[in-house]
Ligand binder design. Structure first.
Ligand code: F6P
Length: 359
């Protein structure tokens, strides 16, 4: 009997179940004697030996189901070496569970932080195969992550809905899209939804440029403007500050629930136009995976199973140029895949008149 552990870690997304199904179905087809051990709520389940032996039937009928049948939780990488409130050594506890269950390999399905912990466990000698999950699409080493395109669909739909009401009322609308550190989701949903202004963390904006873009639309007879703004969008002024200075500035300034509201107040003051803010929030991680994500989840899952069969451990399965590839965990841990401000997609978006608030 061979035993493979599996966990989903960090923020959820639409295609986690489809991915686990891909891994499991391929493993069950390869081996008659495989048992999948599912850990509850990500690394927490591995730490506290909270697991169940999965039945093959649990992986059926879940291709289209959002969320994760195993549950997930955030276990920050920076706290992995800090004992828990009862003094438990988390890394030692995870290793203990792994060896106690006689696992052949642990399949980790997660985003950036989870990949760092996966790499730490690899360094500790565990056999790891990981898969790239996140609506943020910010994992270094994979051109695409599953969850991203499903979230683009939801965020685009939010902008589409805002379009009609913005046009009816002649208002300026800000749609705040998820992504604190990177702007992939805002960029794609912004382009797909026909946003007039897209603000992402990688391109700090100048508020006067943003205001001028709105005024320019008014001058050309357009009575509404839609801004797609990433959670982590930042002004040039703030981007020039140190983390500490920025924290201080925010503490002493007016308290806004999020960047969209702060920006909205500034735009209202400078243009006199009526502003509305919409935050689709966690809706962007919910619902069914889109067909594209179902396909890549199935492919990545099947490839992960093949890697287990080949005993190729210590890698994240990735998707690059539409091909399945594998990237060593030590190469990806701690790196972010950000939007290049000089990339073609930004140039193309600018060439059709989208403002990024920078020029
Ligand atoms: O990493 C995925 C993500 O959805 C980000 O886009 C977002 O900023 C964050 O998670 C929200 O985290 P939480 O679900 O913990 O509020």
């Amino acid at each position: 009997m061979r035993r493979i552990g599996m966990l989903t870690s960090g923020g959820d997304c639409q295609s986690l179940n489809a991915t686990m199904r891909g891994v499991a179905k391929a493993l069950y087809k390869m081996y008659d004697d495989v048992e999948i051990v599912g850990f509850e709520d990500g690394y927490k389940g591995l730490m506290y030996a909270d697991y169940r032996i999965m039945k093959p039937s649990e992986f059926s009928g879940i291709l289209t189901r959002g969320g994760t049948i195993l549950g997930t939780s955030r276990q920050p990488f920076k706290l992995m070496k800090t004992p828990d409130e009862n003094g438990l050594d988390k890394v030692a506890a995870m290793k203990h569970t792994y060896y106690k269950l006689k696992l052949e390999c642990l399949v980790v399905i997660g985003g950036n932080g989870s990949q760092k912990t996966a790499n730490l466990l690899r360094e500790e000698g565990l056999n790891i195969v990981s898969l790239p999950k996140t609506i943020d699409n910010d994992l270094w080493g994979s051109e695409l992550t599953f969850g991203f395109h499903s979230a683009v669909d939801v965020a685009t739909n939010a902008i589409d809905c805002i379009h009609t009401t913005a046009a009816s009322h002649g208002r300026v609308f800000i749609v705040e899209i998820m992504g604190h550190k990177v702007g992939w989701l805002t960029l794609y949903a912004g382009i797909a939804g026909g946003a007039d202004i897209i603000l992402i963390p990688e391109i700090p904006y100048d508020i006067d440029v943003v205001v001028e873009a709105i005024k320019g639309r008014v001058r050309s007879g357009k009575n509404f403007t839609i801004l797609a703004v990433a959670e982590g969008a930042i002004s040039r002024e703030d981007a020039a500050l140190t983390k500490k200075e920025l924290k201080e500035k925010k503490k002493n300034g007016p308290a806004y629930p999020s960047v969209a509201y702060a920006l909205g107040a500034q735009i209202q003051e400078k243009t006199g136009q009526e502003i509305r803010v919409t935050v689709p929030g966690h809706m962007q991680r919910g619902g069914e995976p889109c067909p594209f994500d179902r396909v890549i989840s199935t492919r990545l899952g099947a490839a992960a199973a093949q890697m287990i069969k080949n005993e190729e451990y210590g890698y994240m399965v990735a998707l690059n140029d539409s091909q399945i590839t594998k990237v060593p965990l030590e190469e990806i841990a701690g790196k972010l895949k950000t939007v290049d401000p000089n990339s073609d997609i930004i140039k193309e978006a600018k060439s059709v008149g989208i403002s990024f608030g920078d020029e």
